[in-house]
Write a new protein. Structure first.
Length: 259
């Protein structure tokens, strides 16, 4: 299903009764093909075709994101514990509740950063990369890897685009959005976490150990996001939009009726 922002009435030509009529028009649903999709509006924001602002930003509480495997996988096919140093690397970007790309250094990210800086006096981080190494011991018949969880934070706001000439019949369009991005380590007392994890081999993995000549074997990074399991990480601070959530159009009462 294509999500479309709701358009808000016609151009305001007078105060009083005319303004009331414009708000009434805004409550009517748009025709099936009368308005743009969010993708089209965001594309115009990114290209500069639409003069866009991200208004009324609200930065939510920091929380610890899900653990993700950030290293190779070690399979201990030997009969004794095996210890080895293992390097890891993690890169975390931004996601958008409307499934629109928030490219680091792009115009969309720049608009959000400027809005947050103007209101809160600090920058908004859109990406973070970290790396390191850990020594780990893998028991016989087990699989080991390194996982990491990044401090995350969300900012919610309302996009507004203004066109020099009417687009889809209007000069202004409004829609809500929530952007989730990595936050600096230690934000609001929440810290990044790097942990060593292990599990028993599956029957198929044990069967493949014969070809490994009973030794420690490197495998590809097969694990992706994992449940955090970190105390406090899945509480009320975690308001990440879930799959299937639809964008919410700004109610007419919350916006200008000028179109």
């Amino acid at each position: 299903m294509t999500n479309k922002p709701i358009r808000f009435g016609a151009r305001m030509v007078a105060l009083g009764v005319a303004a009331t009529a414009a708000v009434s028009l805004a409550t009517l649903p748009a025709a099936a093909d009368s308005g743009p999709t969010v993708d089209q509006l965001m594309a115009d924001c990114a290209s500069g075709t639409g003069k866009c602002t991200f208004n009324d930003p609200v930065v939510n509480s920091a929380y610890l994101g899900d653990y993700r495997q950030v290293s190779d996988t070690l399979y201990n096919c030997s009969a004794s514990p095996a210890t080895q140093g293992l390097g890891w690397s993690d890169s975390v970007g931004s996601s958008d509740s409307l499934d629109v790309s928030v490219t680091v250094g792009g115009k969309i990210a720049g608009i959000v950063e400027a809005s947050v800086t103007a209101k809160y006096g600090h920058t908004w981080t859109t990406s973070h990369t970290d790396s390191g190494s850990l020594g780990m011991t893998v028991q016989p018949g087990e699989v080991g890897w390194i996982s990491r969880a990044q401090v995350m934070q969300q900012v919610s706001g309302k996009w507004q685009t203004h066109y020099d000439n009417p687009h889809w019949g209007h000069y202004y369009w409004f829609w809500k959005d929530t952007i989730t991005s990595p936050a600096p380590n230690g934000t609001e007392g929440v810290s990044n976490a790097v942990v060593i994890k292990s599990r028993p081999m599956t029957a198929a993995e044990k069967a493949s150990c014969g070809a490994a000549n009973a030794q420690l074997v490197h495998g590809p990074n097969l694990h992706q996001d994992e449940p955090s399991g970190h105390a406090g990480s899945a509480g009320p601070h975690d308001t990440t939009p879930q799959p299937g959530d639809a964008p919410v159009a700004t109610p007419p009462a919350e916006t200008s009726t000028k179109q």
